[in-house]
Design a binder for this molecule. Sequence first.
Ligand code: XIL
Length: 549
Amino acid sequence: MTASASPETKPHPRRGAAALVLLAAGLVVVSPDVEAAASLEGCGARKTARAGDACEQVLQVWGRWQRSGDDAARDAGIRHARARLEGAWTRAQRGVPACADATATSTDVFARMNSAVGAFVTAMDGSPRGAPLGPRTGRCRARLLRIAGRACRGLVRNEEARLEGNQTRAEAAAARAREKLGAAWTVANASDCLTAIGVDEADAAVERLAATVAGDATSATLRELADAAGVHVGAAVEPSHIATDPLYGPTLAAEFTSLTTENQMNWEPIHPEPDRYEFGPADELVAFAAQHGLRVRAHALLWGRFAVPAYVQNASSATELRALVADHVAAVAGRYAGRVAQWVVVNEPLTFFGDPGDTDGLDPTVFLRLLGPGYIAEALRLAHAADPHARLFVNEFGVEMPGPKQERFYRLARDLLEAGAPLHGVGFQGHLGFFGTPVPTGAELLEAVRRFAALGLEVEITELDQYAFPDDPTALARQHALYHDVLLGCFLSPACGGVTVWGLADPYSWVRVFFRADAIPLPLGDGYARKPAYFGSRAALIQARSARP
Ligand code: XIL
């Protein structure tokens, strides 16, 4: 489905609405989209239930293999479970093309499920922590896999209840599945079954497996899952695309809870000359957000590296620049006061690689050169005066993992707070894997979020994308894991309120413009096809829902 999905087969709100208008006008025209939208929810529930069964079956197959060591029987069992899932999913989506489009393919699901189970088995094979496992090992592991299988089925099937709108039943079912899992592990543990894999790890592995399977099978949108988890998922957007691409606006409104102004609130476009403001495009985005109930993240008041007009770049004295900054912030933040949830007040204040240079790690932009390091606190105060309700952020790239740049960012945030500046949050941009740079694990990211949260700050991932290309056969699978881990890593901290991707879909990504035209950095692809990263993001949102307070 992912590469070949076409926008024509998508349920989509505006076309659905248009068809309803036709019906209301008395024309006997039933758009296939209306039918599709009507049955889509049932489709997700049916597929989710079958995926839950498949998850249990696969774990049992692996469990029997742990006892018997019979590779051929295992492979036959896997083939059988896969065929059953394929048959069930084909029936579930018969006559409802949108159903196929809203979920992963059975092949994708099966491959992901099987490799996750394989990883689970490998983890159990790791070097034992306690005494050697002895002759009962195979039986013991078979039992653990059976337990995991029942829990996986229970956790996945609880999505079915939620999709049917029965939240109470869903929560009760999930709680029951977790309780049974806990009790079963305890018994298994008492008989020395769990010497190689700890209870917590085993629990986490089952939760992850179940969420992966449910994220593939459900037809819920990112927006629905984010709302249920109480978090935001956002995209950076350009208003011109709303006008030129009929699916751009509806996709934004259906899938996301938040938008970031990709370019239109940067200094140059919004304030190109000292006495000229161009508010039109930014106004359009703010109006779109209001109309569709989206949160606005405004980007960015001061960004010394890009989109700085000549009259600012060439300011000749501190007095002149200070006056320009005061005017700019008052006018721009003031105009949108009350309508913007978060402002990026200063973007990329640090040097590119986090090297100290002779400016103590601050990027020697015109702001630093003329106003000194105090310009950041000054800008925060001006922004707070212009819009007292907006949450004020500084935003930086390359700070997701431990290292000198994260250290410098941390010191900057701490110093600003100590100086009494109205700083409410930090943004980790999350442009990941660029030019082969290592990507953070979920645990590393969570640790980074917690460090800043301990200062009392909110944290968001503000510009997530991955440097990925189709000539790498592992790209999509790695991207699935990356998006899952980044979203979950962030959302596991209550301080993380949102994750924003930098572009609505691959064709609109800056990576295609700046680096390579064939880049595939985002969860939605060409034709808005849902890529594995989209399903990985769903899985993370499903887990976030049960993990957050
Ligand atoms: C990019 C935009 O996506 C492009 O359209 C523009 O031409 C250049 O800037 N870090 C940031 C973003 O903070 O503002 C950048 O966005 C990407 C890197």
